[in-house]
Ligand binder design. Structure first.
Ligand code: NAD
Ligand code: 3PG
Length: 389
């Protein structure tokens, strides 16, 4: 029986993937085999040595101490692209909400509680509507920073809206480049993108390289009429620099899914409570994908969509499966294979993959590995974690 500890609100569709005859799912377990979460901050959480994997039902993993888990042999998964459409749709809404005074107009109408005569009201609205006029997004320039799962959808959507679209992503993957409309123009640097965009939308992960990538210096490049949209993470933007730019009319508007108190009460900001991925569809997609990846790892040792371990898959063709991960240094695999040979264990099939400092191995053997063998593997210099499946 595997125990999966959940944090946050995980879609029931995802939880239903776990067959209850093999899995116990609960938000309280002292020694779970795996953790399934969304935005729960794990940096200060004590995670038991029993944990073999952590699945993030979502994209961003900055809430997880990934490097620490890697050293402990804990595989961290995420669900690339599973919530991208939800974010794209919120960005589309935000383009419209920031270019037209939809909120202002709606609250003005709702405030006319003293009116009783429909004719009078219609006359008043026709007279007052000019205060809520705005602009169209068609024909405007959108700069998309980060062209991964979300950025590419946003860029393509904006092309369809008739916008002129520019993209900046120095590390774009081949698959992401294939997904991108040919009408998205490639920018060589962030400053050039910022200088010509009417709207700038950020879709990069929160990593060291993107910390405060929008800062005072970068904000000096933007047009005073520009709107900045941040649906990526709070850390990507230096919010003090944004407030200074808004105060000095060097930036027109800031729209973000990551509000801080200093932004409250300003007419030039639109603040949302981190709802980019909060649709039934996205929550379901993420939870199902995360659950499937976790089960394949717990039951078969296969790794798909991990952010710290190499993608590894080996079909099961009978026999008994041993998996182990080790520091990515010479002789560890050879040493483990010699332990198998010493015990006359025949290898049916094996795979060895590495990623940065970590290596991961699946070995299928003809007879059942003993506890003594597993303990001997665990003792090999450089081995971090061993399992028999
Ligand atoms: N608001 C929300 O609810 C919500 C929902 C989903 C994701 N997110 C955030 O959006 C981020 C992106 O999600 P995704 O699914 O598109 O991820 P992704 O990994 O598919 O794409 C990220 C892209 O950013 C690019 N990139 C990295 N560093 C860059 C840099 N310095 N400059 C320009 N581009 C850079 C990468 O090359 C990649 O193409 C997530 O990491 C998460 O923080 C927020
Ligand atoms: O990185 C993500 O996937 C989003 O920020 C969504 O976070 P959530 O799952 O907490 O809504």
């Amino acid at each position: 029986m595997f125990k999966v500890r959940t944090y946050n609100q995980i879609s029931a569709k995802g939880l239903d993937r776990f067959p209850r005859e093999n899995y116990e799912i609960a938000s309280e377990f002292n020694t779970p085999d795996a953790i399934l979460l969304r935005s729960q901050k794990m940096h200060d959480e004590v995670v038991a040595d029993s944990v073999k994997a952590v699945a993030r039902a979502g994209a961003g993993v900055n809430n997880i101490p990934v490097a620490d888990y890697t050293h402990r042999g804990i595989v961290v998964f995420n669900t690339p692209g599973a919530n991208a459409n939800a974010v794209k749709e919120l960005v589309a809404s935000s383009l419209f909400l920031s270019s037209r005074d939809i909120f202002g107009g709606m609250s003005y109408v709702q405030g006319l509680t003293d009116m009783t005569d429909a004719g009078e009201m219609a006359k008043l609205l026709e007279k007052q509507k000019k205060q809520f006029a705005g602009c169209e997004v068609a024909g405007k320039r959108l700069g998309v920073v980060g062209l991964g799962a979300i950025g590419a959808l946003v860029a393509n959507m904006a092309v369809e809206l008739g916008m002129e679209v520019f993209g900046y992503d120095p590390a774009i993957s081949v698959e992401a480049a294939w997904r991108l409309s040919r009408r998205v123009q490639k920018m060589e640097n962030l400053q050039s993108l910022l200088a010509q965009s009417d709207f700038i939308t950020l879709h990069v992960p929160a990593i060291d390289a993107t910390h405060h990538m929008i800062n005072a210096e970068m904000l000096r490049c933007v047009k005073p009429s520009a709107t900045l949209l941040n649906f990526a993470r709070e850390e990507v933007v230096d919010v003090d620099a944004v407030i200074a730019a808004l105060d000095e009319k060097r930036l027109a508007k800031y729209v973000t899914d990551f509000p801080v108190p200093a932004l409250l009460g300003r007419p030039d900001v639109l603040l949302m409570p981190h709802i980019g991925a909060s649709t039934a569809e996205a929550e379901e997609n993420c939870a199902v994908m995360a659950a499937d990846q976790l089960m394949d790892y717990l039951e078969n040792g296969n790794i798909r969509n991990s952010v710290n371990f190499p993608a590894t898959k080996m079909e099961r063709n009978g026999g008994y499966r041993i998996t182990f991960c080790n520091e990515n240094v010479p002789r560890v695999l050879g040493h483990v294979l010699s332990l198998l040979a010493d015990r006359d264990l025949n290898v049916i099939d094996m795979v060895n993959q590495s990623r940065d400092d970590i290596a991961y191995n699946i070995i299928d053997v003809a007879s059942e590995p003993s506890d003594e063998l597993l303990a001997a593997i665990r003792e090999v210099d450089g081995v971090v974690a061993v399992r028999s499946l």
